[in-house]
Design a protein around this ligand. Structure first.
Ligand code: GCO
Length: 495
């Protein structure tokens, strides 16, 4: 029986089922990249068996991935020669973590990684963004190498490749070897920056031939600000302005030295980048003046981190504002920090402000719809972040390396986790990415945070970000409805 559909003019009629390749790809690649056509609505009668192109298609090589991080999922905190990290220590500090939780066991991914990779493969996801725990490789941070640690990540990477999953590796997702903190002051010291480069080299030498995407750091502002100024993340310090700026400088330096070490050790085609969590905003209305004003606010708020890496200098105006709190910069530091990068990863959950034409930042009202973290649900923010990052820094590739939401949700009597709020959140945010792609911005991938409910830092297990539910008593995994939906999107290359 012929079906009548509404479809967007200019997107073309559906493809017949039998013509459909295993994975959907756009009839003409550049169609997906062309600007959106005028949305006049037409009706179309399709022959039986025909399927529609997704209303919001993505290019065939777009990466639909998922993400997690070592300390948040691995557990096995002292297994096979691993040294302690600053998070192992911080979690033991009374009152530091909600409910006294720790990552000691977490999702026990260290022992269940095969099952977890099977799940990612069954969902049809293209890539898995994971992090390496530095203290598994170098239990004291420097010096003695723990081969068993390297072996674990080698098995994990080979396991991904065997299942057709692209490994996207992060070297630092906050679990610094405790010895570096205790002996040298962690990121307060340049010794840690040099140690990081050595660690990067070791991992690259072992896994370089198999990992296409390499990331030095995850979210510098978070572990610098929350760990060294607010004291609510490891190592739990409350430094003054100059102290924090010194920490940031050392992290940036570590990034630069790390990129150099990676370039020297990796095959030429490897992609090297960094993951930043930008302060993000949207323009009040979509006109040139508002967009310009929003981009200026975005630049002002992110340039302390992005300018050194992409331009080789701290933003001039802000150096003046800082005055005596400016960190010491040694000869050659800025050159070392300023390394060519192949991609910029963006972790974005929420817009912080609506920006008016005169640059005023308006905060969202208190009762604005938000997730269990209290983060506002602002789907357009991904589009604007991709656009501003492109306009200001033009990295060859942009990836949304994290996006997702905390909503509580348990397995019901039918064995389902009906997290339609998460599904709608993802649908809305992904449309922003699709808009960016359709306008020709180099947005190459999206990674759902997170594949599993996991240890959410100072919130312990009390915030669930997973598209897969984890019962932390039994370690039972259950696909949430959002995971099933996301699997459709990945398999159909669009929504
Ligand atoms: C972070 C980290 C993740 C978090 C996630 C939700 O970015 O803060 O990359 O580890 O769990 O962002 O807060």
């Amino acid at each position: 029986m012929p079906l009548t559909f509404l479809w967007m003019d200019g997107r073309g009629p559906g493809r017949r089922q039998e013509e459909r390749p295993a994975r959907w790809s756009a009839p003409e690649n550049d169609k997906a990249l062309a600007p959106l056509p005028n949305r006049s609505r037409n009706t179309l009668t399709l022959p039986p068996g025909a399927v529609l192109m997704p209303a919001f298609p993505f290019p065939p090589d777009f990466i639909f991935g998922c993400a997690a991080a070592s300390y948040q999922i691995e557990g096995a905190h002292d297994a096979d020669g691993k040294g302690p990290s600053i998070w192992d220590a911080f979690c033991r500090r009374p009152g530091a973590i909600l409910n006294g939780d720790s990552g000691d066991t977490a999702c026990d991914h260290y022992h269940r990684w095969e099952q977890d990779l099977d799940m990612i493969a069954a969902l049809g996801l293209d890539a898995y963004r994971f992090s390496v725990a530095w203290p598994r490789i170098l239990p004291e941070g420097t010096g003695r190498v723990n081969e068993a640690g390297l072996d674990f990540y080698e098995r994990l990477v080979d396991g991904m490749l065997a299942r057709g999953i692209k490994p996207v590796l992060t070297l630092y997702h906050w679990d610094l070897p405790l010895a570096l903190e205790e002996k040298h002051g962690g990121w307060r010291s340049r010794v840690t920056a040099e140690a990081f480069a050595e660690y990067a080299r070791l991992v690259a030498e072992r896994l370089g031939d198999r990992v296409p995407y390499w990331t030095t750091f995850n979210e510098m502002p978070v572990f610098a600000e929350l760990g060294y100024r607010a004291g609510i993340h490891a190592p739990g310090l409350k430094l003054d302005e100059k102290g924090v700026r010194t920490v940031i400088h050392n992290i940036l330096l570590a990034h630069g030295l790390g990129v150099q070490a990676l370039r020297a050790a990796l095959p030429a085609q490897s992609k090297i980048g960094v993951v930043h969590n930008p302060w993000a905003c949207v323009p009040f209305v979509e006109n040139d003046a508002c967009i310009k004003a929003a981009r200026q606010r975005w630049e002002y708020r992110n340039s302390w981190y992005l300018d050194p890496m992409f331009k080789g200098s701290y933003p001039g105006g802000q150096i003046e504002e800082l005055g005596a709190a400016m960190p010491e910069i040694r000869d050659g530091d800025m050159r070392a920090i300023h390394q060519p990068l192949d991609f910029l990863g963006l972790n974005i959950y929420s817009s912080q402000a609506v920006v008016e034409e005169d640059g005023t930042e308006r905060a969202y009202e208190k009762d604005f719809p938000s997730t269990d973290m209290g983060w506002h649900i602002t789907p357009d923010v991904l589009y604007w972040a991709l656009r501003f990052a492109h306009d200001l820094y033009a990295p060859p590739e942009l990836l949304i390396t994290e996006n997702g939401c905390a909503f509580d949700g348990q397995v019901n009597a039918e064995g389902r986790v009906e997290d339609y709020a998460r599904l709608e959140y993802m649908r809305g945010y992904l449309r922003g990415v699709q808009r960016a792609v359709s306008e020709g911005l180099p947005a190459k991938g999206y990674f759902a945070w997170s594949i599993l409910d996991n240890f959410e830092w100072s919130f312990g297990y009390a915030r669930r970000f997973g598209i897969v539910h984890v019962n932390f008593e039994t370690q039972q995994r259950t696909l949430k409805e959002s995971a099933k939906w996301y699997s459709h999107v990945a398999k159909n290359r669009g929504m």
